[in-house]
Design a protein. Structure first.
Length: 304
């Protein structure tokens, strides 16, 4: 993805990447020429057969020619390629981007550029780390415990300055400290890229996102290799591990909730299991936070 994104290419590459990971035996197809197969995974003709389409029709779709393709055809292809929920949504997003004119796509409602006072009060009322992020994985704002939790992302972890914009993906791939903060660095790196790839499908003309992807692709081979895989992910709930420089190891559950009143923003909260070492570490982090100056948030402007 770049500022000159060709959405047809994105669609074709995504479909090709999905069929490359599936073998004929996984979908119940006989293999008579295993030693002569020239492609990993399924051939285009095999996908077409599984989806009930002609080979030419599917081939044209994989070349990005998606005009007139119905939802039922996309569903048939999704079943043939054994797509999960995130992949099905991504396929629909890519199809929409191909069949919608760039001018119309760019006319979508502007993303929120300020944090509402009510949202600010909600964050401050929470007693667990909570933060608001945007589609390109900027840390837009957080409560005091959230800033303390993500202190390693800031130039001075002892005094995290919320007026300094930070980006989770940039930290993950460009800052050596990320390998210590994320004990499961490979997993977290996959999550970062898959989330960005998902958002790129939703809005291929987001210039800020394109610029970030271009920067990371240029500066990080780890990012570039992952980006080429076309993997996507829905970021909703789960468990993550961290190693905080002040309180040590933390294993926390998280929930990520989109904010419909604030397009492009999502609220994420973290909470450890009660009566665990992680809960003790979180209490220690809260005590440490209480000794730090309260971050000023009047600057809360997503466009920074």
């Amino acid at each position: 993805m770049s500022s000159g994104t060709d959405t047809r290419v994105e669609l074709g590459e995504f479909l090709a990447s999905r069929r490359a990971r599936i073998t004929p035996d996984q979908v119940g197809l006989p293999v008579y020429d295993a030693g002569k197969r020239r492609v990993p995974g399924l051939r285009r003709g095999e996908v077409a057969t599984l989806a009930g389409l002609s080979v030419d029709y599917y081939t044209q779709l994989e070349r990005g020619k998606a005009a007139g393709v119905s939802e039922s055809v996309l569903d048939a292809i999704a079943r043939a390629l054994q797509l999960d929920e995130a992949e099905r949504s991504h396929l629909a997003d890519l199809h929409r981007s191909v069949t919608t004119s760039p001018q119309r796509a760019r006319s979508r409602p502007r993303r929120t550029t300020t944090v509402r006072p009510m949202l600010r009060r909600l964050l401050d009322a929470l007693t667990v780390p909570a933060m608001v992020g945007n589609a390109r994985q900027d840390l837009v704002t957080a409560n005091a415990l959230g800033y303390a939790f993500y202190a390693p992302l800031y130039p001075d972890p002892e005094r995290p300055d919320p007026t300094v914009p930070v980006n989770f993906a940039r930290f993950c791939f460009l800052d050596p400290a990320a390998h210590e903060f994320y004990p499961d660095w490979d997993f977290m790196a996959d999550v970062m890229v898959n989330n960005l790839r998902t958002e790129a499908g939703r809005d291929p003309y987001d210039r800020d996102l394109s610029d970030l992807v271009g920067e990371l692709s240029t500066r990080s081979e780890e990012f570039r290799v992952r980006w080429a895989k076309h993997n996507v992910r829905l970021h909703r709930t789960g468990t993550k591990r961290f190693h905080h420089p002040v309180v040590g190891d933390l294993e926390v559950g998280y929930e990520t909730l989109p904010l419909p009143a604030d397009p492009g923003l999502a609220l994420t909260v973290y909470s450890p299991e009660p009566a665990t070492p992680s809960a003790d570490a979180m209490s220690l982090l809260a005590s440490w936070t209480a000794t730090r100056p309260t971050p000023a948030n009047e600057y809360d402007d997503v466009s920074r």
